[in-house]
Design a protein around this ligand. Structure first.
Ligand code: HEC
Length: 294
């Protein structure tokens, strides 16, 4: 096909205007950033990122500890059962022992440390009892209204799938938890609110300083939950806010998608199979048509 001169210049015009439009968008981007928006999450350097990434089991164990000792006071993880902790790929899975997740002694012990609500089978009275591997993680509040009332009007969201619910989930959770800084001078804060540069929001209406330098981020009803030395690690990992934030973010990422590693492995196997199969198909095609004019 030959392109007529007229067509060619029309194509050129379209391309040129597309380039112009794109560069306008690119120029406008920094201007929007100056008017609010959250800071881009920092990378937690997670082992599970990328096509061949896997979860670091020791990190998942530490992350569970941080969740249990700190976050569980306010956040439920209703989709998680204790037995999930012992399933293949989980924090307390042991490939050498032949335990089912429900028999796994670590899982049983961890469950028994937590009280869950139940009904007395004889009297029908509400009671609490130690959890078993079959129980779901209990919610700290009886309902969302109680949760909101106890936290200045904002109910702490369930963390079961939080890493999927936010863009760049694990890095976001890590950055949010370790990113609390004092509110900049000139920011009007309501009581019960905290400033976090990684939280989504637009602070322009609350900013009394230079309108071209509105601070990034937003208000969050969660006070900084972590402090250095708060959770004891017995594997020698640093007991710092930064490490706690990474570990608990990894745990939430695993809980949000516990079969991610398995899926990546299967996908890779399927690709290898398809490649071999394509080779075989081509070889048999060559063989079948060998010496036949076609
Ligand atoms: C004292 C109670 C409390 C504790 C402890 C706590 N949180 Fe929160 N968290 C909240 C509340 C309240 C909100 C809702 C904030 C809002 O919407 O302004 C929240 C929100 C969040 C969010 C969602 C932020 C968003 O993008 O909307 C994440 C993620 C989170 N918490 C993770 C954690 C983790 C992980 C821990 C443990 C290290 C933890 N929280 C400990 C009360 C708490």
């Amino acid at each position: 096909m030959t392109i007529q001169n007229g067509t060619r210049s029309a194509v050129f015009k379209i391309v040129a205007s597309a380039v112009a439009a794109l560069s306008l968008v690119a120029m406008a981007a920094p201007a929007t950033a100056a008017g609010g928006g959250a800071k881009h999450p920092r990378s937690g350097g997670f082992s599970f990122e990328g096509p061949f990434g896997t979860f670091d089991q020791a990190q998942l164990q530490r992350g569970y500890k941080v969740y249990r000792e700190v976050c569980a006071a306010c956040h439920g993880m209703q989709l998680m059962s204790f037995r999930n902790l012992g399933q293949p790929g989980g924090p307390f899975y042991d490939a050498h022992e032949n335990w089912s997740p429900a028999e796994n002694p670590y899982v049983r012990a961890l469950a028994a440390e937590v009280q869950v609500p139940d009904i007395d089978t004889e009297t029908g009275e509400p009671i609490t009892r130690p959890a078993t591997p079959a129980d779901h993680f209990p919610s700290p509040y009886p309902n969302a209204t109680a949760a909101a009332a106890a936290n200045g009007g904002a109910a702490p969201p369930d963390l079961s799938v939080m890493a999927k619910a936010r863009h760049d989930g694990a890095n976001y959770i890590y950055s949010l938890l370790s990113g609390y800084v004092p509110a900049p001078q000139g920011l009007k804060m309501a009581p019960g609110q905290h400033y976090n540069p990684y939280m989504a929001g637009d602070l322009a209406p609350f900013w009394e300083g230079d309108e071209h330098h509105v601070p990034p981020g937003g208000f969050i009803a969660m006070p900084a939950p972590l402090s250095d030395g708060q959770v004891t690690y017995d594997d020698g990992s640093p007991q710092t806010v930064d490490q706690y934030a990474k570990d608990v973010a990894a745990f939430i990422a695993w809980a949000s998608d516990p079969h991610a590693v398995e899926r990546k492995r299967t996908g890779f196997g399927v690709l290898i199979f398809l490649l071999l199969f394509a080779g075989l198909t081509y070889a048999s095609y060559r063989r079948i048509w060998k010496g036949i004019a076609h």
